[in-house]
Design a protein around this ligand. Sequence first.
Ligand code: HEM
Length: 197
Amino acid sequence: MNNASSSGIWEWQLVRLIVFGAIALFILFIAIEGFTEEGIRLVIRWTARIDVVCFCIAFGASAFHRMRKNSFSFWVYMNRKYFGISFAILHLIHLLALGVLQYVFHPVFEQAAGISLLAGGIAYLFIILMLLTSFEYFSKMISRKNWKLLHTFGGYWILMIFFSSYGKGVMRGEYWDLIFLTMLVMVLGIRMLVARK
Ligand code: HEM
């Protein structure tokens, strides 16, 4: 719906803005902290933070637009796929930074609990499948019903991991994580409300 008359930022422009903006921020972190464990951990934490916002927008867009019909909810709704794509790209950067942490600084994968690795691994499988099936070439390979199942179930799985990560953060006393937890609860709430109507 990106036509000449529509103003603002749409579709791939939005993806470029989010992804390159985030990469610029990550380069700044490394420039300030140096190529150190703390620098890489900052990148990991911030990929998750920018990502949770993209995820909430993508996962809540349809319900939000059904609840409130205005030009902003329309913009969010029309761009939901592009927020989803930005989320997936940034989460692949999360994985890349984890790889750097593992091989250069700290054996993070060996020290993580088996259950967390399994849940995170499944989430990555969903992220990749959801990313691929956001493009017509791959989405044509599955039925509409299976596409919906994949994106709904995958979405709830990812939501659960964010929930558990930020929930643990709050319990450790990292109260900033409450912001992200609240966003996740709101998305869940809006989806439930609209589903009941
Ligand atoms: C096997 C895959 C994964 C591993 C090994 C992993 C590992 C980590 C590590 C070590 C951190 C802490 C970095 C630090 O604070 O120093 C972290 C943070 C985080 N990760 Fe991942 N992660 C994985 C997948 C995921 C997935 C799939 C999601 C969400 C869908 C996710 C969401 C988060 C969040 C929300 C944080 C907290 C950020 C913060 O403290 O602000 N991770 N991850």
